[in-house]
Design a protein around this ligand. Structure first.
Ligand code: ATP
Ligand SMILES: O=c1ccn([C@@H]2O[C@H](COP(=O)(O)O)[C@@H](O)[C@H]2O)c(=O)[nH]1
Length: 240
């Protein structure tokens, strides 16, 4: 029995939307979302304050064909709405698991979820509730990675955790280049200079300027989220 304490008091967890598909072609795979929530519950039960941003790739990429030739901003609003659906599904699964989750949207959609109001989000976190930030930044031409950086900075998170389909940042996309090697850590400047596609440059730049480190790790690896929160060796650290 160990009484080791978490290395972080408040975190911003960015969950991959695409990972929610599991082995399905698109949408939300029930057992995958339940597994993700079990991992989240582990760290919430350690007393860590958890805010979440979830991507929309599992839904949005499924309808992306329909957005071909569409006005870019309109297609981006569709993408943001996809993240609202994922956020609702995630919060529902968390509530069923015994956690208390609140969804806050960057786009006004008040019959469905409450609007993002920073002091309210901070209050929820202090009360031990999990806050899910939906609709990205609320602006087209951005991504949910940037939303994670933005909300992470706003709520004073100590770390942004990017839980994705790969187990860290590689010298090239490991899905395209099998010879790519994984970094245990890399500076924001180096990641940006090498144009590493794991996150967009806006998200990297915001975190670098705010000195907000990022850990990239696999959401499919059991216990990885807990190990990151405990400060153990897992994934890749991106630092200022
Ligand atoms: N240098 C790199 N190191 C690691 N992964 C990389 C790199 N370059 C590109 N990738 C790819 O980036 C993907 C993760 O980024 P992406 O933003 O698409 O996913 P996500 O955030 O998990 O999904 P979503 O947008 O659905 O939330 C990985 O699956 C990997 O194939
Ligand atoms: O702030 C934001 C966040 C997202 N979008 C749009 O949504 C999709 C899905 O987000 P992912 O980060 O790719 O999962 C994204 O492709 C954008 O089209 C946005 O416009 N603004």
């Amino acid at each position: 029995m160990t009484d080791a304490k978490p290395a972080h008091k408040r975190i911003l967890l960015k969950l991959s939307g695409e990972a929610l598909m599991g082995d399905d072609a698109f949408g939300i795979n029930r057992s995958t979302i339940v597994r993700m929530v079990e991992e989240v519950a582990e760290v919430v039960n350690l007393g860590v304050e958890v805010a979440i941003v979830i991507g929309g790739g599992n839904i949005f990429r499924g309808v992306a064909g329909g957005s071909v030739g569409m006005d870019r901003a309109t297609a981006d609003y569709m993408g943001m709405l996809a993240t609202v659906m994922n956020s609702l599904a995630l919060a529902d699964a968390m509530n069923k698991q015994g956690l208390v989750a609140r969804v806050m949207s960057a786009i006004a959609i008040e019959q469905v979820v409450e609007p993002y109001v920073r002091p309210k989000a901070l209050q929820y976190l202090e009360e031990g509730k999990v806050v899910v930030f939906a609709a990205g930044t609320g602006n087209p031409f951005f991504t949910t990675d940037t939303a994670a950086a933005l909300r992470g900075a706003e709520i004073g998170a100590e770390l942004v955790l990017k839980a994705t389909k790969v187990d860290g940042v590689y010298s090239a996309d490991p899905k395209k280049d099998p010879s790519a090697t994984r970094y245990t850590k890399i500076s924001f400047d180096d990641a940006m200079a090498q144009n590493l596609g794991i996150m967009d440059a806006t998200a990297f730049a915001l975190c670098r300027d705010q000195k907000l480190p990022i850990k990239v790790f696999s959401i499919f690896k059991h216990g990885a989220l807990r190990r990151v929160v405990m400060g153990e060796d897992e994934g890749t650290l991106v630092y200022a």
